[in-house]
Design a protein around this ligand. Structure first.
Ligand SMILES: Cc1cc2nc3c(=O)[nH]c(=O)nc-3n(C[C@H](O)[C@H](O)[C@H](O)COP(=O)(O)O)c2cc1C
Length: 313
C-alpha cells in the first residue's frame, strides 16, 4: 500500500514528527507499505490566478488538460501525481491564525487544474482512505478541525474514506511533541487505523469507520454551526439544516433524513451547486453589454488606485 502525507509546518517541526509517527503506525501493520510525505513549505506552489480555464474545460466535459500556468510550472503536479498513486492520504497542518497555513489552501486551490482531478481522489484500487491531524500552540484553534477535515474530504473525494482526525492543542515550541508519549501513541494509532482501513476496504463498502474526534454532524463531524439571519441553523461544512433543541440547558443538534439527503456533497447538493454556477454565468451573459459598457471606467479607476508594488526577488 502507498500512503502519502501532506505537511505544511516547520521543517523537522511538530507536525512532521507526528507524520513520521503515523507512518510508523502504518509500517507496524504493513511493513511493505510505501510511505512518503511532502512539506508544502518546501514546495514551489504558485497561486491559482482564477483564470477559470479548468472550470470552463470541466463544464465542456473535457478532462485531458493541465493548469493554464503550464505543465511542471511549479510543484503542484509533482505532488498531485503522488496523490494519484496513493491508497491513503494523511493531511496535517499547524494552526496559523486559527486556520491552517495559507500554503495548504494555495495548493488545494489548484486541485481543479489537474484535468481529470476527480480521479486523483480515487485510489488505483477503488476509493481512498484519509486521515488528518492538526496542532496549535494554544487552544486558539477553533476553525482547524473543520477546515482540515474539509481539505482531506477534497483530496479523497468525500467523507466516506475518512477514518481518523484529531486536533492537538498547547504545543507552541518546535519538536515538543516528542515529550508527550500519549500523543505519540495516538499518532501511531492513527497510522494503524489508516493501514487497517486500506487493507479492509472493499469496493462495495458504503464507508470506512470513522474513529476520530467526534462532532455533531454525521457526515463531516463538524463542531461549528452556522446561524442564518432567519434563525435557521446549519452544519456549515455540509450545508445541512439542523434541528436544534435545548436539553438540560445544553444544545442538542440532530438532523432529519430529508435534510441529510440535501447535503452539499450529495447528488442533490452537487446538482444544485452546478445549477447555481450555470445560473451565475447565464446572468453574466445576459448582462454582457452592460459589463462591456461599464467596465472601462472601473478599470481606469482601479488603475489609478492600484498599489505599485516594488519588484522583489
Ligand atoms: C504565523 C503563525 C501563526 C500562529 N497562529 C496560531 C494560532 O492562531 N493558534 C495557535 O494555537 N497556534 C498558533 N501558532 C503556533 C503554531 O501552531 C505552533 O507553534 C505549532 O507547534 C507549529 O507546528 P510545527 O512545529 O509543525 O510548525 C502560530 C504560529 C505561527 C508561525
Amino acid at each position: 500500500m502507498k500512503v502519502f502525507g501532506i505537511c505544511s509546518g516547520r521543517k523537522g517541526g511538530n507536525t512532521e514528527i507526528l507524520m513520521a509517527q503515523a507512518f510508523k503506525g502504518v509500517l507496524s501493520v504493513d511493513p511493505n507499505a510505501e510511505v512518503e510525505f511532502v512539506n508544502l513549505q518546501e514546495a514551489k506552489i504558485d497561486p491559482c490566478v482564477g483564470c477559470e480555464a479548468c472550470v470552463k474545460a470541466h463544464i465542456a466535459g473535457k478532462t485531458d488538460f493541465r493548469c493554464s500556468q503550464g505543465e511542471n510550472h511549479d510543484n503542484f503536479q509533482d505532488i498531485e501525481l503522488k496523490m494519484r498513486a496513493a491508497d491513503a492520504i494523511i493531511v496535517s497542518a499547524p494552526c496559523y491564525n486559527l486556520l491552517p497555513p495559507g500554503i495548504l489552501i494555495t495548493w488545494l486551490n489548484k486541485l481543479h487544474s489537474g484535468g481529470d482531478y476527480r480521479k486523483i481522489t480515487l485510489s488505483p484500487d477503488g476509493w481512498k482512505i484519509g486521515a488528518a491531524f492538526s496542532l496549535g500552540g494554544t487552544d486558539w484553534t477553533d476553525y482547524m478541525p473543520n477546515v482540515v477535515r474539509m481539505v482531506v474530504e477534497e483530496l479523497i473525494g468525500g467523507y466516506r474514506g475518512l477514518v481518523d482526525y484529531e486536533q492537538f492543542d498547547f504545543y507552541p515550541a518546535t519538536r515538543m511533541v516528542l515529550v508527550d508519549d500519549a500523543l505519540m501513541d495516538r499518532m501511531l494509532l492513527m497510522g494503524q487505523r489508516v493501514a487497517n482501513a486500506v487493507i479492509n476496504r472493499k469496493p462495495g463498502d458504503k464507508e470506512a469507520e470513522y474513529h476520530g474526534q467526534p462532532g455533531f454532524c454525521p457526515y463531516c463531524y463538524s463542531n461549528l454551526l452556522r446561524v442564518n439571519p432567519d434563525g435557521r441553523v446549519f452544519c456549515p461544512q455540509c450545508n445541512i439544516e439542523a434541528t436544534p433543541e435545548v436539553v438540560d440547558g445544553r444544545l442538542k443538534i440532530t438532523f432529519t433524513q430529508e435534510n441529510l439527503d440535501k447535503s452539499r456533497w450529495s447528488p442533490y447538493g452537487q446538482n444544485l451547486h452546478n445549477t447555481n454556477i450555470q445560473k451565475g454565468h447565464k446572468k453574466a451573459a445576459e448582462g454582457a453589454e452592460k459589463i462591456k459598457a461599464d467596465f472601462p471606467a472601473y478599470n481606469d479607476f482601479l488603475k489609478d488606485h492600484r498599489m505599485i508594488l516594488p519588484e522583489r526577488h
